[in-house]
Design a protein around this ligand. Sequence first.
Ligand code: SAH
Length: 217
Amino acid sequence: MRIYEDTYQHKGMRKQLVETLKEKGITNQEVLTAINNIPRHYFLDSAFDKIAYEDRAFPIGEAQTISQPYTVAFQTQLLEIKRNEKVLEIGSGSLYQTTVLLELGAKVYTIERQKKLYEKHKNYHFKNKYLNIKFFYGDGFEGLPTYGPFDKVLITAAAPFIPPKLIDQMRPGGMMVLPVDEGESQRMLRITKLPDGSLHEESFHNFSFVPMLTGKN
Ligand code: SAH
């Protein structure tokens, strides 16, 4: 059995990572504190122990990756999470991004389409610490109509388009952050649903994500 330990070295590397994220333009102090508090190496294979705090994506199996910390911080900052908000997350992967949202006090509904990843992470390491997580195996394009509406929606895979059912499941005033495909890379978008139901779109710089795929696997 794996023994999880958050050593001085890990904490030191994590502080360094937070400095790097600040230098790269992350300004939200709560997001930086969340990243400083969460042992990212717990979400990776023990082989990555010494490099877990490099600002890089790493493989998590099934040809998927844990997002780069900068990407996690950027998406989370854009979402402007407030305590107790209901957040729908598409692409649970390692549950690292999920944990950042939980640390900020969100109630997180997260969906993963890869059965093997779902099974691997179902026994969530922090299940006694964060009680506001609901983890689903399913197709994120469908969302979770029976649990909505959501205050915020986060997609952590490259969406081919803005999924219409997820827009439907957002409350008026809610926001969605997602990377939308432009071929080689993806444009980060933030969509705000205005009180009259119309959409306001903001566009940020480009990122690189694994694809958002339809159906389950
Ligand atoms: N947020 C994750 C990053 C995972 S990478 C983390 O912090 O580790 C993107 C994930 O999206 C992959 O696990 C992939 O299987 C999943 N995914 C892709 N298309 C999906 C869909 N339609 N519904 C749900 N999950 C999807």
